[in-house]
Design a protein around this ligand. Structure first.
Ligand SMILES: [Mg+2]
Length: 370
């Protein structure tokens, strides 16, 4: 069935420091997985994380160790011809947790199957509804004037016309003033949102969100602690401005629990956090049934994970808040033979078999960690 399973770590500097409430990133480590079948079909997947262990529970090194030690021998031991669903079931039965690794492997398996059937991965996920996805840009230099200049340049280039600000590392009033100054400079036509990355207490949330709502900000992402889902629900009920669940969403089970208590207005769906492309589509279905709006999130993956996410998001019935699939644009180097196509404020979802990308293996060889 499978001839080889390889995990590759690739360190690529970012185009500028990317400042989050939990860390400042200068480099992104891509975790790529390459699976080759005995009949020579290649599938790629990605299990990249944000900011090492600052953001989440998995690091690039832990993902690689777990894939190499547990997932790889399991996949190589398969002798009977299992389909993707049967293979995923075997993995779930043998390995707990490890959503990022599971997502990368599922992506590679889906790409292999899609190539075999000569269809894009989106068609294995129920079929795409759209060929292009709106992509916002995150302003995270931490400097108000720099952020305004960066936003204006993006609008002029027709790259992005919606912006998200990463806040929460400075005192609350400083951050709120910074956001409102940027919103004022960009004007009423441009959507400005914030991601607090869980930095505020519930009391700070009440104070901060009120001012952001009055200042015309239209989305507040994960303002408080992951564990405090009750506070997120109270804030959702209290404010008119939309409150989005991000880090708190860890797959279909958590989506169901949050939806059940009206715990958010919007879900930031991430394929890796969900544990796979199929599970991300399940999160979207739960949201739709609960009347929760959708946004396509990112773990700042490179092109492999970003385009895998795009295939999943292209199948969503609705995508009210667009996506943030700008990860590859934050990197100083491309690992594809042809870079992803960003134009007119959107990302084009490829229509060719598999993920529709070609990894530049010579480039990867130069950049990979040895
Ligand atoms: Mg977020």
């Amino acid at each position: 069935m499978y001839k080889s399973v390889e995990t590759i770590l690739v360190d690529i500097p970012t185009i500028r420091p990317h400042k989050l409430s939990v860390t400042t990133m200068q480099t992104q480590t891509l975790v790529l997985i390459k699976i080759i079948t005995e009949d020579g079909i290649v599938g790629w997947g990605e299990a990249t994380t944000i900011g090492g262990l600052n953001y989440g529970e998995e690091s690039p090194e832990s993902v690689k160790a777990n894939i190499d030690t547990y997932f790889k021998p399991l996949l190589l031991s398969i002798k009977a011809p299992l389909n993707v669903a049967q293979t995923l079931k075997l993995i779930r039965k043998s390995i707990n947790g490890n959503r990022f690794a599971k997502c990368a492997i599922q992506t590679a398996l889906l790409e292999i199957q899609a190539k075999r059937l000569n269809v894009p991965v989106s068609e294995l996920l129920g079929g795409r509804i759209r060929d292009r996805l709106p992509v916002l840009w995150t302003l995270a230099s931490g400097d108000t004037d720099k952020d305004i200049a960066e936003a204006k340049k993006m609008i002029e280039l027709k790259r992005h016309n919606t912006f998200k600000l990463k806040i929460g590392s400075n005192p609350l009033q400083h951050d709120v003033d910074h956001v409102i100054a940027i919103k004022k400079a960009l004007g009423p036509e441009i959507s400005v949102r914030v991601d607090v990355n869980r930095a505020w207490s519930e009391l700070e949330c009440v104070k901060g969100i009120q001012q952001l709502q009055d200042g015309g900000i239209d989305l507040i992402e994960q303002p408080c602690a992951i564990e405090n889902t009750d506070a997120l629900a109270r804030l959702t009920a209290r404010f008119d401005v939309d409150i989005m669940a991000d880090e708190v969403l860890t797959g279909p089970d958590s989506a169901y629990r949050i939806a059940k208590k009206s715990g958010a207005d919007v879900f930031a769906v991430k394929v890796e956090q969900s544990g796979g492309l199929i599970e991300a589509c399940e999160v979207a279905k739960i949201a739709r049934l609960a009347g929760i709006s959708l946004y396509g999130g990112t773990m700042l993956e490179g092109p492999v994970g970003s385009i895998a996410s795009a295939h999943a998001f292209s199948t969503f019935e609705t995508l009210e808040f667009g996506t943030e699939l700008f990860g590859p644009l934050l990197l100083t180097q491309s690992i594809l033979k042809t870079p992803l196509q960003y134009e007119n404020f959107e990302l084009v979802v490829p229509n060719t078999p598999g993920l529709g990308i070609e990894v530049d293996e010579d480039k990867l060889e130069q950049l990979r960690r040895h």
